[in-house]
Structure formats: C-alpha cells, structure tokens
Design a protein around this ligand. Structure first.
Ligand SMILES: Nc1nc2c(ncn2[C@@H]2O[C@H](COP(=O)(O)OP(=O)(O)OP(=O)(O)O)[C@@H](O)[C@H]2O)c(=O)[nH]1
Ligand SMILES: [Mg+2]
Length: 416
C-alpha cells in the first residue's frame, strides 16, 4: 500500500451509485428535524395508515421537552433504488461538537435556511465545517410558507456566505430547493408551490456525489457515534472508509492508545427508517452499525484483523465555558439522589467523555470536585439535567467563560 502511486490509488476507486450520504445542517429551529421526518414519511417508512406524532427523530425525553435536537442521529430512506443515509444534526451552537463529529460520514449536506430569518451565526459555522471537509451542498430555503418570507434576499445572503466559505470552486455551484418542511413539499421554482418532496429527493440523487471509494483494500471504519439498544447493548456507528466486511469476518478495534483488540461475534446492520436491518456484507461508502464491540468508543477504528490500520481520531473545537461539579455538602445532602459520593460522580463524569466528545472533565481543587468544560451553558445544563434524572446528586458552580489561554491549557492537558 505504502508504495502505491496516486494514479494506482485512483484506479482502485469506484463510485457507489446505490448510496448517498447526507447531513442536514442549519441554525437552530430552521426546520431540520421536521424536514427529515417528512422525508421518512414520504419514503413510506411508516405504514400508510399509521398515526405518527410530530418529530419522531427528536426521540429522547429532553429533546421532546425542549423542542430541540441535542444528539445527531442516523436514519436512511430508499428512493428509486438508492439508499440515502441521512444524518440529522442539532442546530444550537452549544451542540456544534455533535455536528463537527458526524460530518465526516457524509459526502454532501442540505444547508437549511429559514426563509424569514436568513443565514444566522450557526449557519455560517456549520457551512464552514462542511466546506472544509469538501462536502457538496444543496441549499434548502425552508419555511417558504411564512407570511413574511423574503426568499430572494435570503438566497443572496446565503450565496455570499458560500463565496466566503467555499474551499473549492465546485462548491459554489449548488442547487437551490424551496421547501415547506411542515407540509412536506418542495419545489425548484419559488413561484410554483410544491406538492411533495420528490424535487428534493431528485436533487439529492442528482447533485450529491455518490461515495468514491476503495472497496478492495482492507476493511476500515471510523467509529463516529455510539447508539445504545436494549437488546444489543452498546453499538458503534460509522462510515466504512475502505474495503468490505462480511458477517463473521475477523475484525479488530484500535483504541485511543493504538492498542489492538480482537473482536468476536459482531453483527452488521444498515439504517432503514427508524430501524436497522441486518446486512450480510457492507462496503466502503456505507454507513453501518456494528454490535458486540466491547468497550467501543467514539474515535476508535474498526479494521480487518489482517490490516489493522488506524484512522486519524476525531478532533472538535475547544470548550468555552466551565463549571465546578462537586459532592453535595449542604445539610440536605442525600435526599434527592441515589448516587451521591465523589466516586459515583467521577465514574459517571468520565464515562460521559466516551460519547460527549466536546466535553472535558478534570479533577478539581478538592478530592470531591471536578472541573467540567463544555461548548456553552446549554451543553452543561443538559448534562446536569441528564445526571439528575439518572439519580445523581451533586452541587454545581455557576458556569464561567474560559479565557482563551485557558482553552489552550484545557486542550494541552487533554493531550498529555
Ligand atoms: N411555517 C413553517 N414552520 C416550520 C417549517 N419547518 C419547520 N417548522 C417549524 O419550525 C420549528 C422548528 O422545527 P425543527 O424541525 O425542530 O427545527 P430544527 O432545525 O430541527 O431544530 P434544532 O434541531 O433544535 O436545531 C417547529 O415548530 C416546526 O414545526 C416550515 O416549512 N414552515
Ligand atoms: Mg432538530
């Protein structure tokens, strides 16, 4: 492999025309999850007579209560014989670590922009990340039904954003689709209302590139997400970067310390609507779920046992706010939670790092306290709420902004 010339490498690449991998990105509330729900419904993931509530993809309790997406999620639909893997991402800036991480699974993105609000700060942040990764974008102007929609202005402002952020001229040549995600309609002509999402499906198939991949070299997958299931436990989600894998092939897991662990009894699944379906074989370009990987973490590489080559681990931007989390020392301690000791707290906080990769945890000034850093107050608030609901009791300081030099310190100490 190492001696192969660029031409030889290129010759090995094949286009997977049966697959498209897209991420849905936008500022908070611009309608990403509503659009993905519409795509799922119209590709008949749901039986026609099934009554479906709003926003089925925002599936965890906190997401439903707050009406926002917190975790990025994988789903897939079939359209004219092509599997379209879709990654729904959160729009709130505090969860941009989630977005940065999952973009590596995609070849293209749908950039949603609200037809009234236009591009917002987080629109710029996520588009910048997508452009840096070389993703091909489709601009989706959503909420065109809103009374004060100003479609032309919004399109112009977004075009300016592309001009500033594109890393390749080809990225400036993007399609525009106008949608009413709530009604499930899309059109290529803003003067003619759509009747369904077919124009969007067609645009995805025609303008988002199919994966261009090497299916003949040894199998390699980067673990990008962890999904828990009641029956199958802790599962890894990621894109097959190279090669193919059949059910029962020998694989290894390469961890953050470059240690190689043999794996047994893993099964492969593809995404299909809200479910997963068993696969006999997966190849480069597919986004899959693998079960039965002990202690698997985000950033690990899963590889064929005979070619255990690690992929670069994922990097995300540094945290911006910090709080101290400590054992509850008030006179009422022990009344609200089941898990109250610093040992409980330490174990749980460090476990959170396995999946919440924009978070940092360090030992605090005392034995009973920890410094927890995140991407914003909501990022930390969601963690606190999640832990409380799991039965942890603790006290927290007010979040404070991390000065830039301290950001550097947090990252250095993470690396050492
Ligand atoms: N009028 C109108 N409202 C819409 C449309 N699409 C979405 N909405 C509404 O906009 C709100 C936000 O929608 P979501 O789909 O949760 O937005 P999101 O981008 O997934 O939000 P985050 O994941 O939290 O960033 C909801 O109240 C939707 O019903 C649309 O096309 N027209
Ligand atoms: Mg959402």
């Amino acid at each position: 492999m190492a001696n192969m010339t660029a031409v030889e490498t290129t010759l090995r690449l094949v286009r997977r025309d049966d697959v498209r991998n897209i991420a849905i990105i936008a500022h908070v509330d611009h309608g990403k999850t509503t659009l993905v729900d519409g795509m799922l419904k119209q590709s008949r993931v749901f039986r026609d007579n099934q009554v479906v509530g709003e926003l089925i993809l925002d599936s965890n309790a906190l997401e439903r209560e707050k009406g926002i997406t917190i975790l990025a999620k994988n789903t897939a639909i079939h359209y004219r014989g092509t599997r379209i893997n879709i990654i729904d991402t959160p729009g709130h800036a505090d969860f941009s670590g989630e977005v940065e991480r999952v973009l590596n699974m995609a070849d293209g993105c749908l950039l949603l922009v609200d037809a009234v609000e236009g591009p917002m700060p987080q629109t710029k942040f996520v588009l910048k990340k997508a452009m840096e990764l070389g993703l091909k974008a489709v601009l989706v102007v959503n909420k065109v039904d809103r009374a004060n929609a100003r479609i032309d202005e919004v399109v112009h402002a977004t075009q300016d954003l592309f001009l500033n952020l594109a890393t390749d001229v080809a990225q400036l040549d993007f399609e525009i689709v106008y949608t009413n995600a709530r009604a499930g309609t899309a059109t290529l002509d803003p003067l003619r209302p759509g009747t369904d999402l077919v124009p969007l499906f067609e645009t995805v198939i025609n303008s988002i590139p199919a994966p261009l991949v090497d299916v003949d070299s040894g199998f390699q997958l980067l673990v990008t997400n962890i999904r828990h299931s009641e029956y199958l436990g802790r599962n890894a989600v990621g894109r097959v970067v190279r090669g193919r894998l059949s059910q029962g092939d020998e694989i290894v897991r390469i961890d953050g310390d470059s240690k190689i662990w043999r794996q047994r009894g893993s099964q492969l699944f593809a995404f299909d609507g809200l479910d997963t379906v068993l696969l006999t074989e997966a190849s480069a370009g597919d986004i899959i779920l693998i079960t039965g990987l002990d202690d698997v973490n985000i950033g690990d590489t899963i590889a064929a046992a005979e070619t255990p080559d690690a992929l670069p681990r994922l990097e995300v931007e540094a945290p911006t706010v910090q709080m101290t989390v400590g054992v509850n020392t008030s006179p009422f301690a022990g009344r609200e939670g089941t898990f109250v000791t610093s040992r409980h707290l330490r174990e749980r906080l460090f476990r959170e790092l396995e999946t919440n990769i924009a978070l940092r945890v360090h030992e605090g000034e005392t034995m009973d306290s920890f410094l927890v850093s995140g991407r914003g107050e909501l990022h930390l608030a969601i963690l606190i709420e999640t832990l409380r609901r799991e039965g942890y009791e603790f006290q927290v300081s007010r979040p404070r902004i991390i000065p830039r030099t301290a950001v550097w310190f947090v990252n250095q100490s993470k690396m050492s």
